[in-house]
Design a protein around this ligand. Structure first.
Ligand SMILES: Nc1ncnc2c1ncn2[C@@H]1O[C@H](COP(=O)(O)OP(=O)(O)OP(=O)(O)O)[C@@H](O)[C@H]1O
Ligand SMILES: [Mg+2]
Length: 253
């Protein structure tokens, strides 16, 4: 059974791409067949996994605009880890997408034929709740929401939960919330602990036991184009993403 998980939070810089990169790599290391799909025009997941941002002939842009099929834009990074890269052309897609009759279903329909080739398809969303994110939510089985452990963490959470609810009520009735994962937790900062407690008290959704700490190795790895399990596999960041992957798999039962 294949599972499509979208990493979404309209807040910028909360750890969506870092989680897309390293959760994908950790799952692949567990010999799960993983496809990472980068639908953010910024292309951070694409470059973080070692591909040139605008190097791909066929990217997610060509995929959703219908000029190539999924199998023709997949790049094999490892035996168990494949990617559909992003490309700057995607920046215009938000507007172009509205021209289609099946606007919200472009990504879903485009990856349908390859879905069952993978155990997990991990989609990295841009920091907005626009058409690209809606496409990801329509294609997904579930949404994983990274929350940064900072004072304004709860701000904007209602908005994303509301968008998920809207998609559930129309475009994708089976959509689930996979849960919330805390990122950039700082043990030396009292606030981090308070944020976690506050979200736990206010949110009914599943909250992952595994918390991702602030770890400089996680911030360094993308500049080498490799995930944390290759850059520094003994770092606390690598160990936590491995733990997160295990928790995700175990949760499925
Ligand atoms: N656990 C962490 N420890 C240290 N630095 C981190 C951690 N997670 C992410 N970062 C750094 O924080 C910045 C933002 O992270 P990231 O790009 O993953 O967020 P994002 O939600 O994808 O951002 P955007 O909304 O712009 O797409 C990056 O520079 C990243 O390297
Ligand atoms: Mg990102």
């Amino acid at each position: 059974m294949s599972k499509i998980i979208a990493l979404a939070n309209q807040k910028g810089g909360v750890g969506k791409s870092t989680t897309a990169i390293n959760l994908s790599a950790a799952l692949a290391e567990m010999r799960k067949k993983v496809l990472t799909v980068d639908i953010d025009p910024q292309g951070n997941t694409t470059s973080g996994l070692g591909l040139e941002k605008d190097g791909a002939e066929n990217s997610v842009y060509e995929l959703i605009s219908g000029s190539c099929e999924a199998k023709d834009c997949i790049v094999e990074l490892k035996k168990y880890h494949h990617i559909i890269p992003s490309n700057i052309n995607l920046a215009g897609a938000e507007i172009e997408l509205t021209e289609y009759d099946d606007t919200a279903y472009r990504l879903k329909n485009a990856i349908l034929e390859i879905k069952e080739d993978y155990d997990y398809i991990i989609i990295d969303c841009p920091p907005s709740l626009g058409q690209l994110t809606v496409n990801a939510m329509t294609a997904a089985d579930s949404i994983l929401i990274p929350i940064q452990c900072e004072y304004y963490a709860l701000e904007g959470l209602a908005q994303i939960l509301n968008t998920i609810e809207l998609v559930k009520n129309g475009l994708n009735p089976d959509l689930k919330i996979e849960g919330v994962v805390f990122t950039m937790f700082d043990v030396r900062n009292k606030l981090s602990g308070q944020v976690v407690e506050n979200v736990r008290a206010n949110l009914d959704e599943y909250i992952f036991n595994t918390v991702i700490p602030r770890n400089v190795r996680l911030a360094e790895a993308p500049s080498y184009g490799i995930p944390i399990n290759e850059y520094d596999r003994l770092s606390v960041g690598a160990r936590r993403y491995k733990k997160l992957a295990r928790e995700l798999v175990k949760k499925e039962g």
